[in-house]
Design a protein around this ligand. Structure first.
Ligand code: ADP
Ligand code: F6P
Length: 330
């Protein structure tokens, strides 16, 4: 965080980047309304950095963010933009922002999007503030990212339904959840659904252990087993595990990949509330001349930290709870 002589902001740009997540709209609404409350104009940039480079702008007013609190996804839309890795395109982005007379940029996204935003500051001293938006909950320095709670809730509801069938037919299910290399969704869903096992993204799968756990469960009267599989770098990992369990251990399992069902849907109360707080706080950073920063949740409180602290992934969230799941499903 850099404190500097007073700089008056009259026009902010805002974009969403990377995967959409439920609650992004709440953050956007809070940004627009807090800015207008403070006589700051806001331009919405469509489709992330790609839209920025194409000049896809939309002037925001009070009603452009009306009736969106309950909507998943992002009304601004989002994208992944490979060009942004190239400094020449970042220079072009800053030129476009300046031509629009936008003097500060709010980026809602994950660590990748923040890396792009930090480069705008480092290379061009363009003022940026980040808001953590990804269902993966894998950003350093914040206990929470927008959409994580909704994604977890959606997955829990799905697993509860699967458990009904697993119990009725005495079956074993491998339920694959999103999160790429992050364990957070898998662990939280595993604990909340009483999963018999949680397979973390980079963990070597101990098939023998899985079979032994299931046998032990059967001996003590269990009728079903749910194994939560973190997807890891590519979706579909569960099918490989299923194959080995069948071919080597003669164990039948059913695979359910929850996929993008987890990304959409109406945000939970926390996803609405915390993202609203973060949106408002993001605008206040420009009023206080404090950037480049990211809004974060630390010890239950929404605050800010330097943007450079948030450009690397963290896989610490919930890792300490893996054991809890194991003990409680014994
Ligand atoms: P997330 O922001 O959720 O981590 P990605 O990693 O897909 O999602 O990044 C989203 C976008 O952010 C990328 O498509 C790219 O435009 C930008 N970005 C990611 N990494 C970098 C980087 N190292 N330098 C500049 N821009 C980046
Ligand atoms: O980063 C969010 C996320 O939903 C990951 O959990 C998942 O692996 C990835 O995005 C999927 O990306 P896409 O929607 O581009 O397939």
């Amino acid at each position: 965080m850099t404190k500097r002589p007073f700089m008056k902001f009259s026009h902010l740009g805002i974009l969403c980047s990377g995967g959409d997540s439920p609650g992004m709209n709440c953050a956007l609404r809070a940004v627009v309304r807090t800015a207008i409350f403070n006589n700051i104009q806001v331009t919405g940039i469509k489709r992330g950095y790609a839209g920025l480079l194409r000049g896809e702008f939309e002037k925001m007013n009070l009603s452009s963010v009306g009736n969106i609190l309950q909507r998943g996804g992002t009304i601004l839309q989002t994208s992944r933009c490979p060009e942004f890795h190239n400094p020449a395109f970042r220079k072009k982005a800053v030129d476009i922002l300046k031509a629009q007379k936008i003097d500060g940029l709010i980026v809602i996204g994950g660590d990748g999007s923040f890396t792009g935003a930090l480069a705008l500051w480092d290379e061009h001293k363009f003022p940026v503030v980040g808001i953590p938006g990804t269902i993966d909950n894998d950003i350093s320095q914040t206990d929470y990212t927008i959409g994580f709670e909704t994604a977890v809730q959606t997955a829990i509801e799905a697993v509860d339904r699967i458990r009904d069938t697993a119990h009725s037919h005495a079956r074993t299910f491998l339920v694959e959840v999103m999160g790429r290399n992050s364990s957070a969704i898998a662990i939280k869903v595993g604990v909340c659904t009483g999963a018999e096992n949680i397979l973390l993204p980079h963990e070597e799968v101990d098939h023998q252990q899985i079979v032994d756990d299931i046998q032990r469960g059967i001996l003590r009267g269990k009728d079903s087993s749910i194994i939560i599989v973190a997807e890891g770098p590519t979706s579909g990992r569960s099918y490989k595990i299923q194959k080995v369990l069948k071919e080597k251990y003669k164990l039948d399992t059913h695979v359910v990949i929850l996929g993008h069902i987890q990304r959409g849907g109406s945000p939970t109360a926390n996803d609405r509330f915390i993202s609203s707080e973060m949106g408002s706080l993001a605008v206040e950073q420009f009023l206080k001349n404090q950037f480049p920063v990211v809004t974060v949740l630390q010890n239950g409180k929404v605050t800010t930290t330097d943007l450079k602290n948030c450009v690397k992934k963290s896989d610490e969230h919930y890792l300490e709870h893996k054991n809890l799941a194991k003990i409680l499903s014994i």
